[in-house]
Ligand binder design. Structure first.
Ligand code: IMP
Ligand code: MG
Length: 184
């Protein structure tokens, strides 16, 4: 018999109000660091979409906004995973400061790829803001300059984060629970 694993929504780890508060704090840090500088803020689709649109509404630095999408193929946890752009940014980064906005940094492989690619475009600086930093699962060294929340384990969904394209619409962040559907 093939084993089927079903998922269900678990407990709230970060509430709507906690997220709202944290987004304001991060925006204040970004405003302070980039005051008077030319900044491009890049949303990593699709997971960071909600976080990005909430965050930029609190920015006072008059940034330019752009969007990127990266996809990875192959074993998710292996070093052989190939990462590529499925949608590149459209703005020039030359001589500008760049801030990448991502949903979650896990192994770090996607962001290592993106940071390296964008650094090669002669930006003045490239920094990373991530709503969730799952630092315990890191496989390559990637520093999150503006972390929203830190977690050390578990799979989280909601507020943009998905499991197989579902749960992105939730206004809060929840753990995903797993159960073996054969156990009845
Ligand atoms: P990384 O390359 O392993 O750092 O992770 C890249 C991507 O995997 C993230 O941008 C997410 O799209 C996805 N991911 C990793 N952990 C989670 C999670 O707990 N919930 C939802 N998506 C995740
Ligand atoms: Mg992602």
């Amino acid at each position: 018999m093939t084993e089927r694993i079903n998922e269900s929504l678990g407990r709230v780890v970060f509430s709507e109000e906690q997220i709202r508060q944290r987004v304001r704090e991060i925006a204040a840090d970004i405003n302070a660091l980039y005051a008077g500088k030319s900044l491009v803020v890049i949303c990593v689709l699709k997971g960071a979409a909600m976080f990005f649109t909430d965050l930029v509404r609190h920015l006072t630095v008059r940034p330019e906004l752009d969007f990127v999408r990266v996809a990875s193929y192959g074993n998710d946890t292996s070093a052989t995973r190939a990462i590529s752009f499925t949608k590149d940014i459209e703005l020039s980064l030359q001589g500008k400061h760049v801030l990448i906005v991502e949903d979650i940094v896990d192994t770090g492989r996607s962001m290592e790829f993106l940071l390296r690619q964008l650094e090669a475009r002669r930006a003045k600086s490239v920094r990373l803001c991530a709503l969730v930093d799952n630092h315990e699962r890191r496989e390559v060294e990637v520093n999150v300059d503006f972390p929203g929340f830190r977690i050390s384990d578990g799979f989280v969904v909601g507020y943009g984060l998905d499991y197989a394209e579902r749960y992105r619409e939730l206004p809060e962040i929840r753990l995903l629970d797993w159960q073996d559907s054969n156990k009845e």
